[in-house]
Design a binder for this molecule. Structure first.
Ligand code: HAM
Length: 458
């Protein structure tokens, strides 16, 4: 036994190392800037196409998703308790928690529209972007937390069962046009990515005509899984519904935008100049249970879908609103980023910083004289108050060459060097060009945009 007196130093706290949950991302500045760039393209397209932005809660009452999202989504809900109400937690037991993190936005949108339907313009064109949560098995293109962009057109004066209605087809085409425009803005072309379009009613008729009458719903659920399944096993399950697969595939190949159920949409697609982007694909069924008509997915070969959507003419009524048709889509940031990176279409980090307005306008450097070192914080403050993005170096070095390198490494357009006698010299770092003569510091602070024009010294 040691006879040393017990130390009264407190023992250090136990260190913990907790990783981020699987399927989530920690976004450091460069990665967040890339996502912001994507969000920026989403917002630009939505605004250009006349959609207005809305937002809703990140979590909802769980029942919102049991109404009509389908089993796939229900199995992937992140269920939540308030933490204030242990009774609720006990009552739920192994059942459903009272709240869920939103796995998608469409039920929230339908709830919001239903609550104010009488006072809203019709059609209402809404867009939204934000995080969604699904307890999926993380894999390429699929995470547990991801960003989604939605554009939806709500309203229209056609009934649910009017086939080939041109107003409805026109609104469907508006939704497709916004989706395609985003792909254009990102530099993608119709040779590498397609909007694969189907119609649930036409698909159900095709299934029935191939022997699946009465089992259309199950067949659509299976069709949605076709691309992700082992083909022989899938074919067996499809055949078990009484459907002749060879016949289904042969008839599916013959379907086009001139076929019954697709002709009005085909006409609108041609009218909008979208024909190169769109193909009919009778294998597209969509996993969500609320779709009633046109459905589509945006697919690059070998990747999960970049986007998906369709028409859901009953959902708003289900949430207590008046019968209101609606159509829209959701696009995620995960697959879109993968595709843009693979195809080398993601702009460089420098270009992104410029596009987002994150590039420093000016970097202020002292020439090393003690009075200039002391003046530097005030100069920075003045430039910042005038609206410029102004930075300084935090390096200990007084070497002007090293400080200028720090300025250009941080991507600054200008460097301003505080010289003696209340003067500054100005350098355009893009062009490696020095402004002739010096400028009075007070003139820089009074009219910074004249001394430092946003487009460079020219
Ligand atoms: P969704 O097909 O479930 O549709 O999702 C749309 C897009 O969100 C997908 O194509 C994909 O890019 C992205 N996404 C979905 N799940 C994940 C995940 N686990 N990880 C990464 N990205 C994912 C809907 O959500 C519908 N509410 C869309 C809609 C709006 N329909 C009408 N209006």
């Amino acid at each position: 036994m040691s006879d040393r007196p017990p130390s009264n130093k407190p023992s250090p706290p136990a260190r913990v190392s907790i990783a981020a949950p699987t399927g989530t991302r920690d976004l450091y500045p460069v990665e967040l800037a890339r996502r912001r760039w994507i969000e920026d393209q989403w917002r630009k397209v939505a605004v250009r196409h006349g959609f207005e932005e809305i937002d809703g809660p990140t979590f909802e009452q769980s029942e919102l998703y049991s109404v009509k999202s389908g089993q796939g989504i229900l199995n992937e809900l992140f269920q939540t308790f308030s933490g204030k109400d242990p009774e609720q937690a006990k009552a739920a037991g192994a059942g459903q928690a009272p709240f869920a993190l939103r796995p998608e936005f469409t039920p929230t949108l339908a709830r919001m529209f239903a609550a104010r339907a009488g006072n809203l313009p019709k059609p209402c064109k809404w867009f939204w972007q934000g995080p969604c949560f699904r307890a999926e098995r993380p894999q390429r293109g699929r995470l547990r937390e991801f960003w989604q962009w939605n554009c939806d057109v709500i309203g229209g004066s056609f009934g649910p069962d009017e086939p080939e209605n041109s107003e409805r087809a026109g609104l469907d085409a508006e939704v497709l046009a916004a989706c395609a425009e985003l792909l254009v803005l990102c530099g993608l072309g119709p040779e590498s990515i397609k909007l694969r379009i189907n119609d649930r009613a036409a698909a159900a008729r095709l299934i029935a005509s191939c022997g699946g009458a009465g089992r259309e719903h199950e067949a659509l659920v299976l069709l949605d899984r076709r691309a992700k399944s082992h083909p022989p096993e899938w074919a067996q399950q499809f055949a078990a519904l009484g459907i002749d697969l060879a016949r289904f595939d042969a008839e599916a190949r013959a379907v086009s935008f001139d076929s019954p159920g697709f002709a009005s949409l085909g006409q609108q697609i041609r009218g909008a100049g979208l024909e190169a982007w769109c193909v009919v694909d009778p294998n597209i069924a969509r996993g969500l249970a609320y779709y009633t008509g046109m459905v589509f997915e945006v697919i690059v070969d070998g990747e999960r879908a970049v986007a998906g959507g369709g028409r859901y003419d009953n959902l708003i009524e289900l949430f207590g609103g008046p019968p209101t048709p609606a159509c829209g889509f959701g696009m995620g940031d995960v697959v879109l980023s993968l595709v843009l990176q693979d195809k080398k279409l993601m702009p460089s980090d420098k270009e992104i910083a410029r596009a987002l307005g994150l590039r420093p306008d000016v970097f202020v450097i002292s020439n090393g004289a003690p009075e200039n070192d002391a003046a530097l914080p005030g100069v920075l403050a003045g430039l910042r108050r005038a609206g410029l993005h102004a930075r300084r170096s935090y390096k200990a070095s007084k070497n002007i060459g090293k400080l200028l390198k720090d300025a250009s490494d941080q991507g600054s357009l200008y460097a301003v060097i505080l010289e003696d006698a209340g003067e500054v010299s100005v350098k355009d770092l893009d062009q490696n060009k020095q402004r002739d003569g010096r400028v009075r510091l007070e003139d820089l602070l009074a009219k910074p945009r004249e001394v430092l024009p946003p487009g460079g010294l020219g």
